[in-house]
Design a protein around this ligand. Structure first.
Ligand code: 5AD
Ligand code: SF4
Length: 483
């Protein structure tokens, strides 16, 4: 999913827990570090909630922690490597400082590495899989009491943490993740997620809607609805079934001033009904993350993606017809098993046809137990993979720049998120189409919707001038009048 979708592990992707007051003497303090995708960030908020409920405190200061928990990612080899290095460092600190620290691994690496971590490398005291977070307090107690490692990596067919109120400890108070389904049944041949996160299951509609209503009450302005295959959401109760378009429609009715995004969608589940919901509901962003993975039909078949190049392109065309101005981002894998030069060229040519606004681009990395690991040879040499990835990145950078240049002179409604990275005098926000915009802050505030005229750009950012405060409803009306 997006950077939660699942993203590359960069330092800035590591969320560290904010400090909360140590309320009672002797309260155990937990330092929680999150790697990987948005889903992991959302899961850490569940973990924080479960732990707080059981009397633990959260700290941002690692040195103050009695318990350090690392929420891990297994999507690519380099993600795992990074976590292993970090665990090695923490283990050494624990040994050298001779302090009574409990060290735990959560999430996607738990199942596969439990044996290795516990028995061979003796790296950690606690291993907890993504469906066992309710069991954390018991496991922590067990590890502390027995001095033995405590493990629960059981995957569930039902767990959705529907009733757990996430503690949004790293949030800006404006944008929140709302998890609506877990797991994945797709079995794409390269992907380890179905093994690390288990079967697909959807959360009850009512609990989702009440979480969103609470967020609105708390002042949030944007939600990103999350799931590994979010648009295959399906919840049936008392003889009625709710699909993703219907759910999205209902979420959009909670407040007309709440922006709604979602991630990660699968092209097979991107129906016309869903596209019409985008079109009809002004607060559902005109943007879809629609991972293609590859531009060649034979490779797509071997990846088990269930669509052809032609079908994917037809979908993009349909989406642009139904939702004019819609923007797309994607995920692309370079150097999958057996990929020929001509097949790689097909990825480049597909990119030229679609012209994505943004892309997450990866070198294929073989993952244990996957269909590809069992059936295909990882036979594209490393330097060829690297060169193909670089070609893809260079092409994408050019497309992003061209697309941004076309924005110059246009006006966008931007949700102000906070100061820009470079200067406190400037604000950063996002357009409906998910493009980052920087502009002088004047007297605007984080959480405002502001009309911004775009004056200039780089390949990654739009630069603009704020014109006036607005609301989503007002902006939708103006658009209708102009149209
Ligand atoms: N190698 C490289 N990239 C991968 N992804 C998933 N599995 C692998 C793998 N084995 C990428 C896909 C997916 C994104 C989250 O990560 O592009 O959409
Ligand atoms: Fe992995 Fe495919 Fe499921 Fe996405 S849809 S999580 S790539 S198996």
């Amino acid at each position: 999913m997006q950077p939660i979708q699942d993203i590359d592990i960069l330092d800035e992707d590591v969320d560290r827990a904010k400090p909360l007051a140590r309320e009672a003497t002797g309260q155990q303090m937990v330092y929680l570090e999150t790697y990987g995708c948005q889903m992991n960030v959302s899961d850490s908020e569940i973990v924080a909630s479960v732990l707080e409920e059981h009397g633990y405190g959260l700290t941002r200061d690692e040195a103050e922690a009695d318990v350090v928990l690392i929420n891990t990612c297994a999507i690519r080899e380099n993600a795992e490597q990074k976590v292993r290095t970090r665990l090695g460092m923490l283990r050494a600190q624990k040994r050298d400082a001779k302090r009574d620290l409990t060290l735990g691994v959560l999430g996607c690496m738990a199942e596969r590495l439990r044996e290795k971590l516990l028995e061979q490398e003796k790296l950690v005291d606690l291993v907890v899989g993504p469906d066992a977070y309710r069991d954390l307090p018991r496991l922590l107690h067990e590890a502390n009491e027995s001095g033995q490692a405590a493990v629960n990596v059981q995957l569930s067919k039902e767990e959705t943490y529907a009733d757990v109120s996430p503690v949004r400890y790293a949030s800006n108070g404006l944008s929140a993740f709302v998890s609506i389904m877990r797991g994945c049944d797709n079995m794409c041949s390269f992907c380890v997620v179905p093994f690390t996160r288990g079967r697909e299951r959807s959360r009850p509609v009512t609990t989702i809607l009440s979480e969103v209503a609470q967020l609105v009450e708390d002042g949030y302005k944007e939600v990103t609805v999350l799931g590994q295959n979010v648009n295959s959401y399906h919840f049936a109760q008392d003889g009625t079934a709710v699909s993703f378009p219907e759910l999205l429609h209902r979420i959009s009715l909670v407040s007309p001033e709440l922006r709604i995004r979602y991630s990660t969608s699968h092209p097979k589940d991107c129906s016309d009904e869903l596209l019409h919901v985008h079109r009809e509901r002004p607060n559902i962003c005109n943007y879809i993350h629609l991972p293609v993975q590859h531009g060649n039909t034979e490779v797509l078949q071997r990846m088990r993606r269930t669509y052809t190049r032609k079908e994917y392109l037809a979908l993009i065309e349909r989406a642009r017809r139904i939702c004019p101005g819609i923007s797309f981002s994607t995920d692309i894998i370079a150097g999958f098993c057996g990929e020929t030069e001509a097949q790689h060229e097909d990825t480049l040519s597909l990119m030229k046809e679609v012209r994505y606004d943004h892309a997450y681009m990866f070198k294929y990395s073989e993952r244990p137990n996957t269909y590809a690991a069992r059936k295909y040879e990882d036979d594209v040499p490393e330097e060829v993979k690297q060169r193909r990835l670089e070609e893809i990145i260079t092409l994408q950078r050019g497309h992003a720049l061209e697309s941004n240049k076309q924005e110059v002179g246009r006006t966008h409604v931007v949700l102000v998120e906070g100061p820009s990275k470079k200067s406190d005098e400037q604000f950063f926000g996002r357009t409906d189409t998910n493009k980052g915009v920087v502009f002088d802050r004047e007297d605007y505030q984080a959480g405002d919707y502001v009309r911004v005229r775009i004056d200039d750009c780089t390949s990654s950012t739009l630069l603009g001038t704020a014109l006036e405060r607005t609301t989503l409803q007002e902006a939708a009306q103006t658009e209708t009048i102009v149209a």
